[in-house]
Write a protein of this length. Structure first.
Length: 367
């Protein structure tokens, strides 16, 4: 009887971990690095510290990459840091790093951070969504903004940025704004760095200022801070429509707690987990078999030859899309992911976040 009881229990555990009517078929939680996308340029005043927060589309024979550029310079008043948006384009992913880089901030007149790019078909215009500090260089308070351009191949064509107005009335922190549309509505997602993702919606024909009549609602909350290895959803929520599965994939950045700074996360130790939903205003569920298994983490990425790599985190990802419009389509769960990372093994606990040397890498999870 005991053997039968334990066998039945084992079967039930296996079913609960590996089977779900809605769980997508993920090719693998193992990843292979396929190339470097962008590296900081130490001599450049634009991005001599870090390149991060990528957003990319393929259009008219070119990859168009927008990213956050971090730089520093010595002034009479001391060391001065700058964070803003930059742009680069090239016919292949492999040649992006050698292409000319353009400051979008110098065109728009404000610091635009963590950009997202897409073509809005109903308005026949390209959009950049980003956030900007309420006060110069003060990242504790951010404002969502957008800028438009009828021609993505004309970097000088970006309009003066406008604030995305919403009905959010509290002073809670928000960051990393992400827009995706279905056939009827536009949705904007953002994170609060405390484990929650919020969403707002408006009718497609009212985008982008229709959010001014929308109040945020919590779309999901993921917080495992009471575990032996505490972690929570942190920021960088990116959502895509998966054509083959007819569902939506959210790739979210999780972060472990900082080993010595209470209440803070460790930027040397981040990872990506996935959630799916049937609709953009639906209920989200994890796609991995267990809550401590992650879609993409440093220990599961390898070189093409199978060797371990020095990167210690997978952070702020963007997927290579099947198209370039507002529906953010990917073909299936065979993913090509650009992410920001660096070797954090020699970075002390007392690190200055502004000095972290992020670079952009491409990897795939195909078997």
């Amino acid at each position: 009887m005991d053997l039968i009881k334990y066998t039945r229990a084992a079967i039930l555990i296996f079913i609960s971990l590996s089977c779900s009517d809605n769980q997508p078929s993920i090719p693998s939680l193992q990843w292979t690095i396929t190339g470097t996308i962008l590296l900081p340029r130490p001599a450049s005043p634009l991005d001599n510290i870090a390149v991060k927060d990528p957003s990319i589309v393929y259009f008219n024979g070119q990859y168009h990459l927008f990213y956050t550029a971090k730089s520093k310079k010595v002034t009479e008043g001391g060391l001065e840091y700058h964070t803003g948006c930059a742009y680069v384009h090239a016919p292949t992913l492999e040649t992006l790093n050698d292409a000319d880089r353009i400051s979008i901030d110098s065109i728009t007149g404000i610091a635009m951070i963590a950009p997202q790019v897409f073509y809005f078909k109903p308005g026949k215009c390209w959009y950049l969504i980003a956030h900007t500090p309420v006060l110069k260089d003060e990242l504790a308070r951010l404002t969502p903004v957008f800028t438009r351009n009828p021609d993505i191949e004309n970097p000088a064509g970006w309009s003066e940025p406008e604030e995305i107005m919403t009905c959010k009335i509290d002073q809670g922190f928000w960051i990393d704004f992400w827009v995706i549309c279905d056939n009827e509505q536009a949705w904007i997602f953002y994170a609060d760095q405390k484990g929650s993702v919020f969403r707002l919606g408006c009718r497609l024909e009212e985008f982008p200022q229709g959010f001014s009549r929308s109040s945020p609602e919590c779309a999901l909350h993921v917080d495992h801070m009471d575990e032996p290895e505490p972690w929570r959803m942190f920021e960088a929520v990116h959502v895509y429509y998966v054509e083959k599965e007819d569902d939506y994939l959210a790739i979210l950045e999780g972060a472990y707690a900082h080993p010595s700074l209470e209440g803070q996360v460790d930027s040397r130790n981040r990872f990506i987990f996935g959630m799916r939903a049937d609709s953009l205003n639906g209920t989200w569920e994890r796609i991995e078999p267990g809550q401590n298994q992650f879609l993409a983490e440093a220990k599961n990425i390898r070189s093409p030859k199978g060797s371990r790599l020095p990167y210690t985190q997978v952070s702020h990802p963007e997927l290579i899309r099947a198209g370039y419009d507002q529906e953010l389509v990917i073909a299936d769960y065979n993913l090509s992911m650009i992410f920001q990372t660096f070797d954090g093994s020699a970075v002390p606990d007392s690190y200055n976040y502004n000095d972290l040397p992020w670079e952009l890498i491409l990897m795939k999870n195909q078997r």
